[in-house]
Write a new protein. Structure first.
Length: 247
């Protein structure tokens, strides 16, 4: 692949930027503008664009699903679970997943554009919207079932089944969004519109959650994982398979 020729100001953007900065400095009295310009350039290159933003939000939600799967497994074996931590996972799903990620981003911006473009991705968006509504019913249930200090034995099986259903649905839901819907959405946008929407998403996140909603959500799900004994990633490494498949 052809890249910029290092040092050639016509083709190397880094050199063009350096020369532009050097020109400003040479004008005198503007030397302070160089670090500022460099900082602005640096910030731009580390900006999170819309699809990366949506996908890393899926990462937080999938970590909540790992907690749901763990809770379902323990409940299915009639083991007590830290109900208060499950409640916090469901609250995070409600606020960060349903109110922000689903309602304010996907249903407001992504799905309408993909549905307008038509075809298979449009049909998929209608199913995904139905799954958002089902997920909210499930979150209502999980919030109610985990409201006390413990889950009663009579409710364990039902709650386990509800959590398993949510895990199965939402794992596929996010995978289809990542691989089909978000690429289809990006194809509907000009680079300028995509850049503007990326900034809009960031501004909305700050408005809804303060300085950095994503960092806050990561920290919250981290404390829930600790309560469920899931904080040590190494413990999730699979056991080695047997030497040869059993016949
Ligand atoms: Fe979704
Ligand atoms: Fe999503």
């Amino acid at each position: 692949m052809e890249g910029p020729e290092p040092g050639n100001e016509a083709t190397d953007p880094r050199r063009r930027r350096w020369l532009a900065g050097a020109g400003l400095a040479a004008l005198g009295g503007l030397t302070a503008a160089l670090p500022l310009a460099a900082r602005a350039e640096e910030e731009k290159s580390t900006d999170v664009l819309a699809v990366e933003d949506l996908m890393r939000e899926h990462g937080v939600l999938r970590r909540a699903l790992l907690v749901y799967a763990q809770a379902a497994d323990q409940l299915g074996r009639r083991q007590a679970i830290p109900a208060e931590a499950l409640h916090r996972a469901a609250e995070l799903f409600r606020r960060f997943g349903e109110d922000y990620h689903e309602r304010s981003l996907e249903e407001e911006h992504v799905f309408p554009a993909v549905i307008d473009a038509g075809g298979e991705p449009a049909a998929i968006c209608r199913i995904l919207a139905t799954q958002h509504r089902r997920g909210r019913q499930i979150t209502d249930y999980v919030l109610a079932a985990s409201a006390g200090t413990a889950v009663g034995r009579s409710r364990m099986d039902t709650l386990a089944g509800v959590l398993e259903g949510m895990v199965r649905m939402y794992q596929h839901h996010t995978a289809i969004e990542d691989t089909v819907v978000f690429p289809a959405w990006k194809r509907t946008l000009t680079p300028a519109r995509y850049s503007a929407l990326s900034e809009q998403f960031e501004a909305l996140e700050k408005r809804m959650f303060g300085h950095d909603g994503f960092e806050d959500a990561v920290q919250r799900i981290g404390t829930v994982e600790q309560a469920f004994g899931l904080a040590d990633l190494a413990t999730l490494t699979a056991a080695p398979p047997p030497a040869s498949p059993a016949r």
